[in-house]
Ligand binder design. Structure first.
Ligand code: TA6
Length: 278
């Protein structure tokens, strides 16, 4: 079932339910903020104190960072780009079978976006909802000039306790430590006992988030970079729309094209970033 819903304050979202799972996706940012398999806890983290209002990104789920990841050199422009705070349009929804549905959203350049980024583009998000969750973010250059993008599906995973968590699959991968701006090499699994904000490069395999005896597998396509982030104690206090203890209950593993993995699109070209959560 695919229904168009509104919160009491008028904030619009699409709800998709089938035999296998359910999602909620806001029209602002095509922001998927809820995914749960039937009879299971939500797999994604959503802040209890998140805003659901226009112009402010929801805190949690899968914010779409596009057409730049991180800060823009022109600091008056929004961090992580404008896609996640723009109103997208709902293109279509399909009930593929009783356990699989798909929905598609689109954002095309407009007066607002052209003021921030002068290129003409079409951006599409295609989501497949089943026992697995797949997000496909397709950028098409409809300008007559080439442009470059950096981007991320900035996924917040819900965890039982950050001390129970480890990440496999990034061993021996180089990463930029965003806290020190130093290039490092990953040694073994990643565990969390301090702030972690890293952009891994040369990523070409599956990533496994282990939380006690539960495993979440993440597969990426069209991407060689992955961001791993947990703000830990002090940074959480400075983050908007987060309770002080939020760092205990989430971890971001972001399928990206960030830093060295920047993508250049010629006029008429497309690039698709795919993340599948299994
Ligand atoms: O992806 C990690 C990161 O770049 C962190 O440095 C932190 O800023 C996080 O994104 C959240 O950014 P936001 O703009 O959503 O508050």
């Amino acid at each position: 079932m695919i229904t168009h819903k509104k919160l009491p304050n008028g904030f619009e979202y699409i709800e998709v339910k089938n035999r296998a799972a359910e999602v909620k996706i806001a029209m602002q940012g095509a922001h998927l903020f809820h995914y749960a398999r039937t009879d299971e806890e939500p797999l994604l983290w959503l802040s209890e104190v998140s805003d659901f209002k226009l112009g402010k990104a929801i805190r949690g789920g899968v914010p779409i960072c596009w057409p730049w990841f991180g800060f823009h050199e022109e600091r008056s422009l929004p961090q992580h780009g404008f896609a996640r705070i723009s109103m997208w349009e709902f293109v279509c929804g399909k009930e593929i079978d009783e356990k699989t549905s798909s929905v598609t959203f689109r954002l095309t350049c407009n007066d607002e976006t052209l003021k921030m980024w002068s290129y003409r583009f079409e951006l599409k998000l295609h989501v497949v909802i089943s026992d697995n969750l797949t997000l496909e973010l397709k950028t098409t250059n409809i300008d007559d000039r080439e442009f470059e993008i950096t981007q991320a599906l900035h996924t917040y995973f819900k965890v039982s306790h950050i001390s129970h968590v480890s990440i496999k699959g990034l061993d021996k991968k180089p990463y930029l430590d965003a806290l020190t701006y130093k290039n490092e090499l990953q040694k073994g699994d990643i565990i969390f006992n301090e702030e972690v904000d890293r952009v891994y490069q040369e990523v070409d395999g599956e990533i496994v988030l282990r939380d006690k005896n539960r495993e979440i597998h993440i597969k990426n396509q069209g991407s060689f970079s992955v961001v791993v982030w947990n703000p830990w104690i002090e940074k959480t206090k400075r983050m908007s729309a987060m309770r002080e203890d939020a760092y205990i209950y989430f971890l971001c593993i972001e399928s990206a094209n960030a830093f060295d993995d920047v993508r250049v699109l010629e006029s008429g070209d497309s690039h698709t970033l795919v993340a599948t959560v299994l």
